[in-house]
Design a protein around this ligand. Sequence first.
Ligand code: ZN
Ligand code: ZN
Ligand code: ZN
Ligand code: ZN
Ligand code: ZN
Ligand code: ZN
Length: 377
Amino acid sequence: MSEEQTVSLVDVLEEDEELEEEASAVLAGSDSDHCSYPQGYVKRQALYACNTCTPKGGEAAGVCLACSYKCHEGHELFELYTKRNFRCDCGNRKFTDLQCKLHPEKEEVNSVNKYSHNFFGVYCTCGRPYPDPDDQVEDEMIQCVVCEDWLHGRHLGCVVPDCVELHEMICESCMNKNSFLWTYAAHLAVPGAAVQVKEEMGADESNTNLPNQKEKDDDVMEPSCKRSREEAEPSCRLKDLQAIGQKRVQSGAVFWPSAWRSKLCSCNTCQDNLSVAGLSFLSDESDTVLAYENKGKTNERTQQGHDPLMSALDNLNRVQQLEIIHGYNDMKTELKDFLQRFAAEGKVVTPDDIRQFFEQQQSRKRRRVDAERFYCT
Ligand SMILES: [Zn+2]
Ligand SMILES: [Zn+2]
Ligand SMILES: [Zn+2]
Ligand SMILES: [Zn+2]
Ligand SMILES: [Zn+2]
Ligand SMILES: [Zn+2]
């Protein structure tokens, strides 16, 4: 066989370099040895729900990365990616049988934790599992930065922009619950994301394309400068934007460009309102998944696995991480079986064989890398 027909596992893995880096960053930002409970409500951490210990019908619970390894080995885990302000539940009152091996001393419940249907393994407005055995449509899942649910790209009610990984998304339901966000959306959000939803409304407004958006943004502070001194309070950017009153169709999810959070008004009134709405994190750039992942990348490469298969296959420690983040507890076994089958038959592993293996694995996981392929036109 020619050289081109064979490929090392490392070659294949390098194709997935970017994907693996992201995945490992998610894990590297969390501690894999110590239960995060003593840290209290962690700003952002990788989180898991255990279908074995806390199945549907009972109370929802989430456990930290270390507990997913040490206390729930062999259990059916839902990988929740990261969530904010969460305190590990492992072994607390919600777990009838299980005792946490890492930090057994816990309060009965963590009253500030927020739960959603994700903790029972279903996602999106359609309430489907992920991966979904009945769904043949290849579609990415995108996390809403407010409710932190994962939604199918096709269930967002808007056009998913190019390079979606550079944007933060707020789902329609969260937009409507916090209607002031629509004001910001008209000025700050990715234009066109919701445009084509309703083209025919407002016969008096022919310009739905948000012309000169950048210029208007820069002018925003101007009216406030002319305001009289009688108001003791400093100007409110949100009020100024409301006064400008740019039109935007108020339906569908909204995508926001990088650094949009820093453009939100930070006057006292707005800060109070954000706090009352439970949205104070929106004025905090370090709350973003991106900030968390960057932190993880910095902390990365402190430990190497000693599994013989892992060291034999060089880069595979990252795949091991990938396996964990996506709940592939049995991937290693499958990979071994897969390779042994070829060894037993005296066959050479071809690129197609290996690709097929990883495609089978990857078709089950939630990644953003497919974004461009499906949405760039
Ligand atoms: Zn824990
Ligand atoms: Zn469990
Ligand atoms: Zn535990
Ligand atoms: Zn859906
Ligand atoms: Zn949402
Ligand atoms: Zn304000």
